[in-house]
Design a protein around this ligand. Structure first.
Ligand code: C2O
Ligand code: CU
Ligand code: CU
Length: 498
């Protein structure tokens, strides 16, 4: 029993030279069985009251069985672990009653949505135990997979780890018009990827050393929608996989075990202009990617994670970062298949982006890890101020506004990473476009709308976005590293739109 749950992520021999898609890398070490059917988070359509689509979310405690029949104390929304998928449409008004049934303070953020800052669910919108918070806003987003998750000051990592996260599925005309698979849980499948460590008694092990803070928390068991080694029975010729990296810190490099191409149709903020085919796609914490899988009858294929060859370790070599493991994510199995209705359109969407000439301001954000001095120095290891982490030399301070953005500004933000590891940088309230990485345009798969971008070690990424017109001088939005241990340790700042 023990070996079965230890072996998931182990593959010490993973190395860059291994041509991960050759199909040999995992032949020996990854013969574990996949038997659990993939659970699909329940979908909520809410109730329309006076024209407002209204949802109820209640955070509470529960018990989950993830590994070897062990019981894990978890928290979730409307259930033991994670939450329901909230479904709504572009242009609708929604109201979400978030009840905190826990004994600790929470905050619940709508990741990827453009909403007034008071409704954003950052650390300033804390919900006391027993209280209910009822934000209301209009969905001004393109159709895409967004998500909601805990965002409590210094507690985000711990609360997301224990289960406070869920999906937000926004639908729109464009998606409907493309004839893409759209039956939730049948041919439109959400996948939430999260890695976890367990103690012998079944409880989650969270931060156990400074290493977990500095590198971010990594687990040795992968949960997909809360299940270990799940199987998805494909029922149709074509399936849409909408994948969220809901992990605290791990980056996945997705690929197929049979060496075939992935077909990517969407990123954080919705459909790409055109499908992109490639062998591997990197997915950092907070990011989403949408794939289309065209299956053949009577086949099995595995979605895998391969080494992140773009990562550096603290030793500074490419491919030697903390995400070098090779492991299977999901087994897909097909028997007889219902025919797909149409060929995949060559053109999916048109994204009207922004040109550098349109921008009215350029700002620079430098991500700091403070390194060794910071580990012991500064304010020490207490009170979540760890590792000397910050942005532009300052750790997060809820009482300090770092940036004032004039309403409707189109701005270029330059994100500089001087540290020896990558950081997925996330900006609230906007969907941005990546202008360039070290002066070079991003790969096609990164040319769609994004709300989170990997800033590789030692690199400079420029993004451009329009900040919209939700003016509020008193309620800030956040920008931060989406490695939750880094966020909690201070790699976060605040901006207001004025
Ligand atoms: Cu997904 Cu500020 O968070
Ligand atoms: Cu966010
Ligand atoms: Cu970081």
């Amino acid at each position: 029993m023990r070996t079965s749950r230890r072996a998931f992520l182990r593959c010490a021999s993973a190395s860059v030279a291994m041509l991960p898609w050759s199909g040999r890398a995992f032949a020996s070490g990854h013969a574990q069985r996949f038997e659990q059917p993939l659970p699909i988070p329940p979908i909520l359509a809410g109730r329309v009251l006076d024209g407002v689509r209204t949802f109820e979310l209640a955070a509470g405690r529960g018990e989950s069985r993830f590994v070897d029949g062990l019981v894990t104390q978890t928290i979730g929304f409307n259930g033991a672990y994670l939450g329901p998928t909230l479904r709504c449409r572009t242009g609708e008004s929604v109201r979400i009653h978030v009840k905190n049934g826990l004994q600790e303070q929470i905050a619940v953020h709508w990741h990827g949505l453009h909403v007034p800052a008071r409704m954003d669910g950052g650390p300033h919108q804390a919900i006391a135990p027993g209280a209910t918070w009822s934000p209301e806003f209009e969905i001004r987003q393109r159709g895409a997979l967004y998500w909601y998750h805990a965002h409590t000051m210094h507690r985000t990592g711990s609360q997301v780890l224990r289960g406070l996260a869920g999906l937000l599925l926004v639908e729109d005309e464009e998606n409907a018009a493309r004839g893409l698979p759209a039956e939730y849980g049948v041919d439109d499948i959400p996948l939430v990827l999260q890695d976890r460590r367990f103690r012998e008694d079944g409880s989650f092990e969270y931060i156990s050393s400074m290493h977990d803070v500095m590198m971010g928390y990594r687990g040795d068991v992968l949960l997909v929608n809360g299940a270990v080694r799940p199987v998805l029975e494909l029922k149709r010729q074509r399936t849409r996989l909408r994948i969220l990296n809901g992990s605290n810190a791990r980056t996945y490099t997705l690929g197929r075990d049979d060496g075939r191409d992935l077909t990517v149709i969407g990123s954080d903020g919705g459909l790409l202009q055109a499908p992109v085919t490639l062998k591997l796609v990197r997915l950092a914490p907070g990011e989403r990617v949408e794939l289309v899988v065209d299956a053949e009858e009577d086949r099995q294929v595995r979605l895998m994670s391969f080494p992140d060859i773009t990562a550096r370790g603290f030793g500074g070599m490419m491919g030697m970062g903390p995400d070098a493991d090779v492991f299977p994510i999901l087994q897909m199995r097909s028997g007889k298949l219902e025919k797909a209705n149409a060929p995949l359109p060559g053109r999916l969407s048109s994204i009207k982006g922004w040109r550098t000439e349109d921008s009215t301001a350029t700002r620079r954000f430098t991500l700091d890890m403070g390194m060794m001095g910071g580990m012991m120095g500064r304010r020490g290891m207490g009170r979540g101020m760890m590792g000397g982490m910050g942005i532009n030399g300052l750790p997060m301070d809820m009482g300090r506004i770092d940036v004032k953005v004039p309403a409707d500004n189109i701005e270029i933000w330059e994100i500089a990473n001087r540290s020896p590891m990558h950081h997925p940088f996330h900006v609230h309230n906007v969907q941005f476009q990546i202008l360039d990485r070290n002066g070079r345009p991003p790969a096609p798969v990164e040319q769609g709308l994004k709300d989170t971008v990997v800033v590789e070690a030692g690199s400079l990424v420029r993004i451009i976005a329009s900040f919209g017109s939700y003016v509020d001088a008193h309620h800030p939005y956040m920008y931060h590293c989406h490695i939750l241990e880094h966020e909690d340790a201070g790699m976060m700042g605040q901006f207001v739109v004025v």
